[in-house]
Design a protein. Structure first.
Length: 121
């Protein structure tokens, strides 16, 4: 077991000196995402541009701005994480905003407008 640990540490030392692991993982994830999107777009019933369209099938500025905001905030988070300047409030704010906003939207759409302490009419 001691030998395996030594081998792993020496490989890790070589990788850290020659390859930036975080960039390698990022490139592999981006390549996988491109392959998935390319495969999805080949289907006749899928049009990825629909993500940016409204109900009238026109390009929606809020949807486009939201996609841009997601991409930019993800890049900032990645940049700060790689540079070692990422703070806990920044990380939790990112998670809360991008995972909490869709949940809040669903809850708001189901809300009937009454508060729990309101009198029933």
């Amino acid at each position: 077991m001691e030998t395996l640990t030594n081998v792993l540490q020496s490989v890790n030392g070589w990788l850290n000196g020659h390859i930036d692991i975080s960039v390698l993982v990022l490139v592999l994830l981006l390549a996988a995402m491109v392959q998935i999107l390319r495969a999805a777009q080949k289907r006749d019933d899928v049009d990825l541009v629909d993500l940016l369209r409204d109900a009238d099938k026109k390009i929606s500025p809020p949807a486009t701005a939201g996609m841009g905001a997601f991409i930019f905030s993800s890049w900032v988070l990645m940049h700060d994480a790689l540079s070692g300047t990422l703070t806990d409030p920044q990380w939790f704010g990112y998670l809360l905003f991008w995972s909490g906003a869709p949940v809040a939207n669903v809850l708001a759409n189901k809300w009937d407008g009454t508060l729990p302490w309101s009198k029933r009419q």
